[in-house]
Write a protein that binds this ligand. Structure first.
Ligand SMILES: C[S@@+](CC[C@H](N)C(=O)[O-])C[C@H]1O[C@@H](n2cnc3c(N)ncnc32)[C@H](O)[C@@H]1O
Length: 217
């Protein structure tokens, strides 16, 4: 599942440049018995299977980087009950040396496993089949913020980096069906263009996401 998204574009280049290393841990390697069982039925009944706490803890312990302090590493569950992931969280994770993301599947994870996780992160108020797609999303958003992956200027101008949305963007043609590119953008006056971008970013944020401005203030 992960091969496509991580083998493409910015995340691929970040790995090739040695700025990001992504490893996959197969829980089966820590499974119980001959069949390497990793999950079981829920106590008290219910649909689907639950990932076992003992299997998960063994996998997490084997994956941790023993050289790192507590501040350098985090163990994070992907799950719908967690705090909603956002750009600030992505920035926070991008400063870590090691981020362990745990993907649930089927019905979820034994509650006792939350004892050894640092936090639970949700990608929104909806349910995905497993934690894999949420993990890809978090990895992508974090990887592009790691120092050196993108120019600082690009990251700073992007939506959410300063609790605001990016200014509108245009490219050729200059006129399309009577719709014109703002004259200022083709004027060549760099300072004026920069002021325009700032103003439009504020206007767009006020119109589309006024909640961000409240956060900024
Ligand atoms: C089908 S879901 C389980 C949902 C769970 N039974 C519930 O109702 O809360 C299986 C796995 O997908 C992942 N998942 C589902 N929705 C998610 C979300 N919004 N954010 C992050 N992970 C999610 C979690 O890892 C979860 O353990």
């Amino acid at each position: 599942m992960f091969a496509g998204p991580f083998d493409f574009s910015i995340v691929k280049r970040a790995q090739e440049a040695g700025l990001v290393e992504i490893n996959f841990v197969d829980l089966r390697n820590f499974g119980i018995g001959q069949h390497r069982i990793v999950d079981d039925k829920a106590y008290g009944g219910g649909h689907g299977m639950i990932l076992r706490v003992d299997v998960l803890e063994k996998a997490v312990e084997a994956t941790k980087d023993k050289r790192l302090s507590k501040d350098g590493e985090k163990v994070v569950f992907l799950g719908p009950r967690g705090k909603t992931f956002n750009q600030n969280k992505a920035f926070e994770f991008s400063k870590l040396k090691h981020l362990i993301l745990i993907c649930g599947h089927y019905e979820g994870i034994d509650q006792r496993a939350y004892e050894f996780a640092d936090e639970e992160i949700s990608v929104g108020d909806f349910i995905t089949t497993g934690g894999e797609i949420p993990a890809m999303l978090v990895t992508d958003a974090v990887a592009r913020l790691i120092k050196g992956v993108l120019p600082k200027r690009v990251v700073e101008e992007e939506s959410f980096s300063k609790n605001s949305l990016e200014h509108p963007q245009y490219t050729r043609p200059d006129t399309y069906n009577n719709l014109k590119v703002p004259k200022i953008l083709i004027s060549g006056y760099h300072q004026k263009i920069s002021n325009w971008k700032q103003k439009k970013s504020e206007e767009t944020t006020r119109k589309l996401r006024p909640d961000l401005l409240k956060k900024a203030s």
